[in-house]
Design a protein around this ligand. Structure first.
Ligand SMILES: Nc1ncnc2c1ncn2[C@@H]1O[C@H](COP(=O)(O)OP(=O)(O)OP(=O)(O)O)[C@@H](O)[C@H]1O
Ligand SMILES: [Mg+2]
Length: 379
């Protein structure tokens, strides 16, 4: 079956479907090989997870390191983090080593209740439930001891790291920092999309992780390199896209990876019938994707207060909105007062519905911004 080369799922498929990131890959690789931990920051959907997956699959790293990855996005406590981390370690290791589970729980004694006999196979397996994690701080310490004593050095990639700041227990970050510091044979990658939180955690002198990691900020993929990548995939399947059309897609989404990928994925499918991509085809593809999401956007929009709705419409209209609490902005968009704008913006920002870059605000989901403009743009 022919694969659409413009991957839009979170799964990393293969290097040939991964565009550029050579510089960032070399920085990440060199950090790992030279004993530096990395803090990787970018806006949502720019390609952090893809970059990590791309680098840790390199042959030399696969051979030299055991890699564990975990995404903390759904977690709300250290207990949940322990569950994810222990399942990741057991899942990765159990096929490699006979009696691995015995060895793991000989280190992580506090998680021994997770070892159970499978009645069907009669074999012991690790099947831990949240309720069985009764001493999470002790479990964390034991897991780090296991990593420290691992015969092969480890890479531990922790995605959406800023989530830890929301945990019910307050000392987790300091605890983690002290374990990371002592774990000499493991390299850590801390990735996150909340720039404000990540900067605070890693750049603020009062924070435990202050200046402990090498920073890597992920920006958009270079336009020329993205063009070469896109063209080659279209040509390889016997169709084509012009540079002008590619530029329209790239510019429309300011090069933001997932949005560009989403439309190229759509155009690639259409080009299989029409051979080449026209400008009309791009508008159709964008409208189609926005339409697919319109019910969700409608429900989302309904859930906001009037002040938030008006502000979202105003920011969408401007694309990148500067000085949103200025009198000029408030008047231009017939908003109430600078202070109502400020409080609406704060809530929307905390929910990550809007994004802030220096003093400039934009709608985080670029398709939502297009939907807002389609419905409310002419008012
Ligand atoms: N270099 C690349 N070449 C091609 N596609 C890419 C590249 N990087 C990322 N993508 C694609 O873009 C989308 C977003 O990437 P990814 O999930 O890595 O972003 P992220 O920054 O981790 O997002 P989030 O903040 O939501 O976790 C995915 O569909 C991925 O396949
Ligand atoms: Mg990610």
């Amino acid at each position: 079956m022919r694969i659409n080369p413009f991957i839009i799922t979170e799964d990393y498929v293969a290097p040939e479907y991964f565009c550029d990131r050579e510089f960032e890959s070399s920085v990440l690789r060199s950090n790992i090989l030279n004993g530096r931990n990395t803090v990787l920051i970018s806006p949502r959907r720019m390609g952090k997870s893809g970059l990590i997956a791309h680098v840790i699959r390199e042959r030399s790293l696969v051979e030299a390191y055991t890699t564990f990855t975990l995404d903390l996005f759904p977690t709300t406590s250290l207990t949940e983090m322990i569950l994810l981390l222990s399942n990741e370690i057991v899942g990765k290791m159990k096929s490699k080593e006979e009696r691995f589970i015995d060895r793991f729980v000989s280190y992580v004694k506090s998680l021994r209740p997770g070892v159970k006999m499978n009645p069907a196979s009669g074999e012991f397996e690790f099947n831990l439930s949240l309720g069985e994690i009764t001493r999470p701080q002790e479990s964390l310490e034991e897991i780090f001891q296991y990593l420290s004593d691992s015969p092969k050095p480890c890479i531990v990639a922790i995605d959406e790291f800023q989530q830890i700041a929301e945990y019910s227990e307050k000392n987790v970050i300091a605890l983690l920092r002290s374990h990371v510091q002592k774990c000499a044979n493991s390299r850590f990658i801390f990735a996150g999309s909340n720039r404000r939180m990540m900067d605070k955690l890693f750049n603020s002198p009062s924070e435990p992780f202050y200046l402990s990691c090498s920073p890597l900020y992920l920006d958009v993929i270079d336009k020329d390199k993205y063009w070469v990548f896109a063209r080659s995939h279209f040509e390889a399947s016997g169709c084509s896209i012009s540079r002008e059309c590619f530029d329209i897609v790239y510019d429309r989404f300011e090069g933001h990876t997932w949005y560009v990928q989403r439309i190229l994925n759509e155009l690639f499918e259409r080009a299989q019938n029409d051979i080449f991509v026209s400008e009309e085809c791009i508008s159709e593809a964008v409208d189609f994707v926005v339409k697919l999401n319109s019910k969700a956007f409608e429900d989302q929009f309904k859930s906001y207060s009037d002040a938030q709705k008006s502000l979202l419409i105003a920011i969408a209209k401007e694309g990148n909105a500067n000085g949103i609490t200025s009198i000029a902005f408030v008047r231009r968009h017939s908003l109430k007062t600078p202070s109502t704008v400020q409080s609406a913006a704060r809530q929307l920002y905390e929910q990550e519905v809007i994004t802030k870059n220096d003093t400039c605000y934009s709608i985080t989901n670029r398709f939502f911004a297009i939907w807002l403009n389609n419905i409310y743009g002419s008012r």
